[in-house]
Design a protein around this ligand. Structure first.
Ligand SMILES: Nc1ncnc2c1ncn2[C@@H]1O[C@H](COP(=O)(O)OP(=O)(O)OP(=O)(O)O)[C@@H](O)[C@H]1O
Length: 313
């Protein structure tokens, strides 16, 4: 089904400082329609600030965030172009989901029938006439999605939609996001936990401390990992790999190179006339690759005493 074509989202050198705090620093990436893009980073990385700039809620210090070239405030029909999930806490506990949505639809001149359609879409049909105060967190998240969809927008921008969901809720969200992307919509979803979105997303943009550290497929995140390599003349090998753009550190008598594929490591050694005695790409799990990028150590014991490099960051 390709009934709805979302626009692309473009972030160009977007930067936001709050006084001395640089929340987002020179961030550039594009989000395409038809796929789910994960926007990942640890707490405080700058995800919410970036999304708020996109939605015109925070003014960038510099740079732009646009929908096919138009800033949010310049969209002729924002609700039918971009849907955003409201914070679960912003619902009035004494009112029903249907009532919330009807008020919202009326205010935006959206036909009343659309309320039933979105309640069905998010699976809240049977609970639509209950007070929101009695809703579980998962039901509130679904209500947030119903709001996002009310104007039938081509773009969905969702801040941490899986936050606090149980595994069943996460599984449901995965199917929901994938279905919206399969309809041709642009889906951008933020999370601080890779594991919560890894089966929902096609592409990821990873930021930490306001800066992008990875943009691409999940497979690329996993494979762009580490290569164990060795030669008789280890110092010459290290120099050749560093010159080719790798980061290199010794480990158990061999070198561990990051930033190059095994093929690139082999080619760099060959070009320098170095005969290798070992060339082994190392399998790194997704979570470990993610944590490696965002600066956390997957081994909790290793976090107790920060290393010199961590302190220097
Ligand atoms: N209004 C503000 N005033 C001052 N500092 C702010 C403001 N909003 C965000 N920050 C700071 O900017 C940085 C990025 O925050 P942001 O909320 O964008 O991160 P995040 O990636 O969304 O984190 P989380 O996953 O915890 O929501 C943090 O250091 C935060 O303290």
């Amino acid at each position: 089904m390709d009934t709805m074509r979302g626009t692309s989202i473009e972030f160009q050198s977007i930067t936001k400082s709050f006084g001395a705090v640089k929340a987002v620093s020179n961030l550039s990436f594009t989000v395409e329609p038809g796929v789910v893009t994960g926007f990942l980073g640890p707490n405080g990385a700058g995800k919410t600030t970036t999304l708020r700039m996109l939605l015109g809620l925070v003014r960038p210090t510099s740079g732009t965030a646009t929908f096919a070239g138009a800033a949010y405030r310049d969209l002729p029909n924002p609700l039918s172009t971009v849907g955003t999930a409201l914070e679960a806490s912003s619902f009035h506990p004494g009112r029903t989901a249907r009532n919330h949505l009807r008020v919202y639809a009326a205010a935006a001149s959206i036909p009343r029938e659309r309320v039933g359609t979105v309640l069905d879409l998010v699976g809240l049909h049977d609970d639509a006439d209950r007070r929101v105060g009695g809703y579980s967190l998962g039901m509130r998240q679904r209500l947030g999605l119903a709001f996002a969809l009310i104007g039938d927008p081509g773009v969905l921008v969702l801040d941490e939609p899986t936050n606090g969901l149980d595994p069943e809720g996460i599984r449901w969200m995965r199917g929901f996001l994938r279905a919206r992307a399969a309809e041709g919509r642009t889906v951008l979803v933020s999370s601080h936990q890779l594991s919560e979105v890894q089966q929902s997303v096609d592409r990821v943009v990873i930021i930490t401390r306001g800066e992008a550290v990875y943009e691409g497929s999940l497979a690329g995140l996993e494979s762009g990992a580490r290569v164990r390599v060795s030669a008789v003349d280890q110092p010459a090998l290290a120099l050749a790999l560093i010159a080719a753009g790798a980061e290199v550190h010794p480990d158990a008598g061999v070198l561990v190179a990051t930033g190059l594929t095994a093929d690139e490591v082999g080619a760099a050694a060959l070009a320098a006339g170095i005969v290798l005695s070992l060339l082994a790409p190392e399998h790194v799990g997704l979570e470990e690759a993610f944590l490696g990028l965002v600066g956390a150590d997957p081994d909790p014991a290793a976090q107790v005493v920060p290393t010199a490099t961590e302190e220097a960051r």
